[in-house]
Write a new protein. Structure first.
Length: 113
C-alpha cells in the first residue's frame, strides 16, 4: 500500500464525517427542539414514576398547570386521576438534587462522619 492509496482512502472518510457534522448542525439549528417549548406546544414534565410490575408504571405528570396520575404499560397509557392540589413528595423516596460522591456515601452507610 502506497502513500497515495492511503490518501485515497482517508479523504472520503474525512468528507463523510464532515458531511455528517454539517447535517447534525442543521438539524440542531433548524430541526424540532425536544427540550424547548415552541409556540403552541405544551409543557410536559414527569414528576415521579414508580414501577409496579415489569413494564408497568404509575407516573405523576404535570401538563401545563394540571397534575395527572397515569397508568403506563407497554401498550397503553391510562388516566387514573387528575389531582387538584400539589403532591407531597416523601423525602425518603425523592431524588436527591445535590450529588454525593462515593466517599461521602460510603462514610454515611458505615456511620462515619
Amino acid at each position: 500500500m502506497t502513500f497515495f492509496d492511503l490518501v485515497k482512502a482517508v479523504i472520503p472518510l474525512i468528507l463523510i464525517v464532515g458531511l455528517l457534522y454539517a447535517v447534525l448542525y442543521f438539524i440542531k439549528k433548524y430541526g424540532i427542539s425536544i427540550k424547548g417549548n415552541k409556540a403552541g406546544s405544551v409543557a410536559i414534565n414527569v414528576l415521579s414514576s414508580q414501577m409496579i410490575m415489569p413494564k408497568k408504571f404509575i407516573s405523576v405528570v404535570k401538563v401545563d398547570d394540571k397534575l395527572l396520575v397515569l397508568g403506563v404499560s407497554e401498550h397503553s397509557i391510562t388516566l387514573l386521576k387528575e389531582l387538584d392540589k400539589p403532591v407531597q413528595v416523601n423525602k425518603a423516596y425523592a431524588a436527591n438534587d445535590e450529588k454525593s460522591n462515593f466517599l461521602d456515601l460510603l462514610k454515611k452507610n458505615f456511620g462515619l462522619k
